[in-house]
Design a protein around this ligand. Structure first.
Ligand code: ZN
Ligand code: ZN
Length: 344
């Protein structure tokens, strides 16, 4: 697999060979495609674009960028710095990276200093990349992350997944220019928030009660039921388990159970993964919270499969008509819409 060297250009991290030059009229850019299209290979191209943004229809605001802070683009891209615009463009195709409905206009001049881009990638390597990309193609659109907007995972991690690294979305901001992800390959960096051990309040009688309650339960069910028994109230359980709460758990963008399995049933392997990694999506988080509630002795605990405010499928826990949502603050259909699983 091709292993591109990352270097620095104008304060940005970029792949070796990526560079740009901007003047009043044109943007000269040597870049890799931000996404492979028909007829485009993953190699260094040299292009000249008009310094005109088709999104905000202003001239003279385009500049090149790579990866720095909230900006992500080792392959070299073009962004519009006009106020309230922020559109990002692929340096090779000129297409805006999201929502991909405008394209830069071809420039009229050739840079005096720019030389023909040297292609250091053999045909064989390109074919390897294409094969990997094909294998990595997601089966469905990734539609349950943070803002609950539909995102194509290939768009998000783009070429870095092809480099053979496992990357995790660390933060995601959305503006008119598109999605800006910062990615990390360090799982530890996601778990840097201070972990607070919940206060231990043993009641004596609680220990006996929970012992009979957890009989016949799985190891992970028992773990969360014990936590629930210790914390006693729905609010205390919720504050411990919720994303960025006292228990040190954080939201992770994936769909359904982490390790597959029926959404409407407990999935031990997924629950254990969440417990061990302190990460969960709405489905797994809701199952964990429901078992904490059961451990706290709460009855008629319901798991609600409804929708977010944005209309995306979403899970939370319902208790006495109140929504306890560990991963989002916006639910639609709390009044009877959706699917309910009642426990306890
Ligand atoms: Zn613009
Ligand atoms: Zn959700």
């Amino acid at each position: 697999m091709a292993n591109r060297t990352v270097t620095s250009f104008e304060g940005y991290n970029v792949y070796k060979g990526v560079s740009w030059k901007v003047d009043k009229n044109n943007v000269y850019i040597k870049s890799y495609p931000s996404r492979i299209e028909k007829g485009i290979s993953y190699k260094l191209y040299e292009k000249v674009w008009k310094n005109y943004c088709p999104n905000c229809k202003k001239s003279g605001f385009l500049k090149g960028f790579g990866t720095k802070g909230s900006k992500f683009g080792l392959e070299g891209q073009i962004t519009c710095t006009a106020p309230n615009c922020g559109a990002d463009y692929c340096g090779v195709t000129g297409l805006d990276t999201w929502p991909r409905n405008v394209r830069l206009k071809k420039g009229s001049a050739v840079s005096g200093t720019a030389q023909s881009a040297k292609n250091d990638t053999t045909e064989e390597k390109i074919n390897n990349i294409k094969t990997v990309k094909k294998q990595m193609k997601p089966k469905k659109t990734y539609s349950d992350i943070l803002m609950h907007k539909p995102i194509d995972i290939v768009d998000m991690v783009r070429m870095d997944i092809i480099e053979g690294k496992m990357l995790i979305v660390d933060s995601l901001t959305i503006d008119k220019g598109g999605y800006h992800c910062s990615l990390t390959d360090d799982l530890g960096s996601l778990l840097t928030e201070e972990y607070k051990e919940p206060s231990k309040k043993n009641t004596g009688t609680g220990a006996t009660d929970i012992a009979s309650d957890i009989k016949g339960k799985t190891a992970t069910q028992a773990y969360f039921m014990r936590k629930g028994a210790e914390l006693k109230t729905a609010t205390a359980c919720f504050n411990w388990l919720k994303s960025r709460g006292e228990g040190g758990f954080k939201y992770s963008g994936y769909t359904e159970h982490k390790k597959s399995g029926d959404l409407y049933n407990w999935h031990e392997e997924s629950a254990k993964w969440c417990k061990d990694n302190h990460l969960f999506n709405c489905v797994d988080a809701s199952w964990l919270l429901a078992y904490m509630f059961l451990g706290a002795g709460l009855k008629k605990v319901k798991i609600h499969h409804g929708y977010t405010c944005k209309g995306v499928g979403h899970f939370w826990v319902l208790l006495n008509g109140k929504a306890y949502d560990p991963t989002s603050s916006c639910q639609k259909g709390t009044k009877g819409r959706g699917t309910f699983i009642t426990l306890g």
